[in-house]
Write a protein that binds this ligand. Structure first.
Ligand code: BTN
Length: 245
């Protein structure tokens, strides 16, 4: 019998533990939390470093059901929105979602989300939503190893905070939205938190040469709407963006 949640002092990656749990029948909403990860991973094959005490790393299990259709980007958005709202409600900090999966404060990355799907005989078993947050100052690694400028929540606040307080707030927001992913309110809240709205960004989808466009908002499917230099609209459905300036 698997517990609905478990804290591990040290793991390779909380996503791996959660994927194994999923395979063994863990319920929707089950939570894996780690004090330290030795093999934390990010999107696009990148490494994610979780510094003991300063970083917060956890993964939630989500199983499909009638209310939960499964566009992956909604789960990524669910994680990112939960973190942004937790920062606002719990700590009065404004955070934005760098589509599709990062949370930024002052245009610097404070959190990354990695959603992974589990299939069995071509049937979707569920997904794991892995969330890594830079809570303490020590969580931010030296700049030279970084793909994107980073910041910690404590650096923004100027005083120490309790990591478990952050976790509790994120869980509250996560479960508040969990069964409302298809509601118009979810799309509105997600779009309201988009970073770089109205600003020029460089977008790459991993296949075509990068595009330059202005962030307009979200399409009904959750794709990023960009206005290109020639005035046409482009919808990015995968990949990542970075600010031009
Ligand atoms: C990214 O920025 O590319 C995503 C980073 C995701 C990191 C979290 S930490 C908890 C979970 N376990 C992992 O190995 N990765 C995610």
């Amino acid at each position: 019998n698997l517990p609905a949640w478990q804290y591990y002092e040290e793991v390779g990656s909380t996503n791996d533990i959660a994927l194994a749990w999923l395979d063994q029948g863990a319920p929707d909403g089950a939570l894996v939390v780690a004090g330290h990860q030795t093999q934390g991973r990010g999107r696009l094959g990148r490494t994610w470093i979780t510094v003991p005490e300063a970083g917060l790393a956890f993964t939630l299990i989500v199983r499909p059901n009638a209310q939960l259709p499964f566009p992956v980007e909604r789960l990524t958005a669910l994680g990112a929105l939960a973190v942004a709202q937790a920062f606002k409600v719990g700590f009065g900090v404004d955070a934005h979602i760098k589509w599709p999966n990062d949370v930024l404060i002052d245009k610097r990355k404070v959190c990354g989300i990695l959603v992974e799907l589990a299939w069995q005989e071509e049937q979707l078993q569920g997904a794991v939503v892995g969330i890594g947050i830079n809570v303490g100052r020590a969580a931010v690694p030296p700049a030279e190893g970084l793909h994107y400028p980073a910041i910690s929540l404590e650096e923004v606040l100027g005083h120490p905070i309790n990591r478990w307080d952050v976790l509790r707030r994120v869980l509250e927001a996560f479960f508040a939205w969990r069964h409302r992913l298809t509601s118009p309110e979810f799309m509105i809240a997600w779009e309201d938190h988009l970073a770089f709205r109205g600003e020029w960004v460089q977008a790459s989808d991993g296949h075509n040469p990068p595009l330059i466009g202005r962030v307009k908002g979200l399409s009904p499917e959750g794709h990023l709407r960009l206005r290109l230099e020639d005035g046409t609209e482009y919808r990015l459905n995968a990949g990542e963006i970075r600010p031009l300036a």
